[in-house]
Design a protein around this ligand. Structure first.
Ligand SMILES: *[C@@H]1O[C@H](CO)[C@@H](O)[C@H](O)[C@H]1NC(C)=O
Ligand SMILES: *[C@@H]1O[C@H](CO)[C@@H](O)[C@H](O)[C@H]1NC(C)=O
Ligand SMILES: [Zn+2]
Length: 571
């Protein structure tokens, strides 16, 4: 008998009675039932009131109605093999079981076919144009079609519809992927012009509310150290004075944002002169990570749309997975993919907990490098294996080590020792370099990155078929609400998904941009050359050099090239 029973009995003052157990439970039961019923009614009432704001609700219907957000993530140059590479590397280094997968692995929903209009192997510009405009174009095209006309982007249309917009990248902000959402030029190399347009110096005015990444050099006048502009325009000052941007740079500038609490949109954050260093080389005290920038962007976007009936469009790119692929550097790539997976996980948690219908769609523009997890090293039949532990031993990228070697100023008598100890052992984690390899490095010197990448790839038994891109289908990942992208799709379906999800009018933007063109009479010379049966063409001087001018320099933008014995030609 409990103390409570004794207390009750003594209060009643009468003789102690043996109470029926069942009766006691009955009384307690009634009390509990009443309490449960009351709480239940309250819960149901609360759920009724909040029915359309509970996380994840509203996503059963496509497109969801009302206020909504979409985060589009791009893993530039990440093919399916990069996932197995990273998953198996992480299992080894973190001591995980073979069934422990990446967050990305758990959200695989489909694949994307990536060809462009003029090649079966796309570049990032045509790849991102498929995402931004929902239309295929030629390699090099920054949201411009093969006929030279601009195509409105989902970011521009989202801005016009009242959404907030943002771009977060680890490469230069003027590089192809972010450029395609916020600029229009005929050839991706026009990065100075892209920077101007991204601030608002083009027919639509400012359309981007938040930009974070590298590429400060294209915003600084040519008189400044660290500029890569051809002219003396000071875009950092223009951004602040003319377009009202809050401008921050460097790690200090990033930290001053206080995870997004100290942001007044529009925001321009340039955290590196060109690209932000590879994850393997990046120092936290010098540069923010993709995940950190994503954290700030999500918070700012959420806060900025708090009192709006429209949500936001945010593009986040793991830009340098591609660069590690171009360099054929598996040690750098595996850390890039891990960093991307971390940012993906952050966005996923955000959309899953968001009050308004929010969706995450992630894909790659193409694969880079033709990565293979096996490599035949000798003429004899190979064993079936690859060695992730070789990548774990490397502490720097081959890009970083090549630059370090290029800066070597010691005597030539100690050069062998420098290459062996500092570059190969300390940097690459390779302790068994051959004389031939050291000689190859010395011969390459400033071009040592490819030699270093080959040294580590051979030891890991990781293969590459090219330093360029490849034509394999890439993966599509998505959160709840992205079901329409299940299965195998054309890359343009991804752009059209964004457009349809946000219910925005991209065609109206295209029309507005086209109005800013000028008609030019076709010369007799052109008619003779190209045999075009038109008297005039529409050109867009604000988009830089015209396709006609580019063609004179040998840029072929029409049609897929045919075979002409290329295997024999060697440059
Ligand atoms: C810098 O830009 C100005 C004006 O655009 C140009 O005249 C000058 O030649 C440029 N200087 C260099 C070093 O490129
Ligand atoms: C990794 O580095 C250690 C020394 O730090 C070395 O003993 C070992 O052989 C290396 N492993 C591989 C796979 O290169
Ligand atoms: Zn790319």
């Amino acid at each position: 008998m409990s103390d409570l029973d004794g207390q009750e009995d003594s209060l009643l003052g009468g003789p102690r009675k043996q109470r029926c157990k069942w009766q006691g439970w009955m009384q307690i039961g009634l009390g509990v039932w009443a309490a449960v019923a009351t709480v239940g009614i309250v819960v149901i009432a609360v759920m009724w009131v909040h029915a359309d704001t509970a996380p994840g609700s509203g996503l059963d219907k496509f497109p969801p109605s009302g206020k909504k957000n979409i985060v589009f993530m791009v893993s530039d140059g990440m093919g399916p093999t990069s996932l197995a590479l990273t998953r198996e590397y992480r299992q080894l280094t973190d001591g995980l079981s073979w069934d422990n997968t990446l967050t990305l692995d758990k959200h695989l929903i489909g694949t994307s076919r990536t060809r462009s209009t003029n090649s079966l192997v796309t570049d990032s510009a045509a790849g991102a144009t498929a995402f931004s405009c929902g239309i295929k174009s030629y390699n090099g095209a920054i949201s411009v079609l093969p006929d030279g006309s601009p195509c409105g982007t989902v970011l521009e249309a989202a801005k016009k519809a009242g959404y907030m917009t943002g771009l977060v990248v680890t490469t230069r902000l003027t590089d192809a992927t972010p450029a395609c959402f916020s600029a229009h030029v005929n050839m991706r190399m026009e990065e100075d012009r892209i920077a101007e347009q991204q601030l608002g110096d083009y027919p639509l005015g400012r359309v981007v509310d938040l930009m974070m990444g590298g590429g400060a050099c294209h915003f600084l006048p040519n008189s400044t150290e660290g500029s890569c502009r051809k002219d003396d325009r000071d875009l950092v000052t223009e951004a602040q004075k003319k377009f009202g941007f809050q401008y921050v740079s460097g790690r200090k500038g990033f930290d001053s944002l206080e995870k997004g609490k100290k942001v007044k949109l529009p925001l321009l954050g340039l955290f590196a002169s060109t690209d932000i260093p590879f994850e393997i080389d990046r120092k936290d005290e010098e540069y923010p990570s993709l995940d950190e920038m994503t954290e700030v962007a999500l918070r700012v976007m959420e806060e900025a749309t708090k009192h709006s009936d429209k949500g936001f469009f945010l593009m986040v790119e793991g830009s340098r997975i591609d660069h590690a692929g171009h360099g054929n550097d598996p040690a750098a790539q595996v850390r890039e993919v891990l960093g991307y997976d971390k940012a993906f996980n952050r966005v996923l948690k955000f959309v899953e907990n968001a009050k308004n219908p929010s969706v995450l769609v992630a894909t790659s523009d193409h694969e880079t490098g033709g990565l293979a997890l096996a490599r035949q090293l000798h003429a004899s039949y190979p064993e079936y294996l690859w060695y992730p532990e070789v990548l774990a031993n490397a502490s720097s990228s081959s890009e970083y080590l090549a630059a370090k070697y290029a800066g070597y100023s010691g005597s030539s008598s100690s050069e062998d020792e420098f290459v062996k100890k500092t570059i190969l052992e300390e940097g690459l984690g390779v302790h068994d370099a051959s004389e031939d390899e050291i000689e190859a490095l010395k011969a390459a010197k400033s071009g040592a990155a490819w030699v270093l990448a080959d040294i580590i790839s051979r030891r890991a038994q990781v293969g590459w078929s090219t330093h360029g891109h490849s034509g394999v289908d890439v993966n599509i990942y998505g959160s709840k609400g992205s079901e329409r992208l299940h299965g195998n799709h054309e890359n343009t379906d991804v752009g059209n998904f964004i457009k349809d999800f946000l219910e925005i009018d991209v065609d109206a933007v295209t029309e507005e941009l086209k109005e800013k063109g000028v008609d030019r009479a076709v010369t007799m010379e052109e008619v003779e050359e190209g045999g075009m049966l038109v008297s005039q063409v529409r050109e867009y001087p604000w988009m830089g050099r015209s396709l006609h001018e580019l063609a004179k320099d040998g840029f072929e933008t029409a049609g897929v090239d045919c075979y002409h014995g290329d295997y024999k030609h060697k440059h």
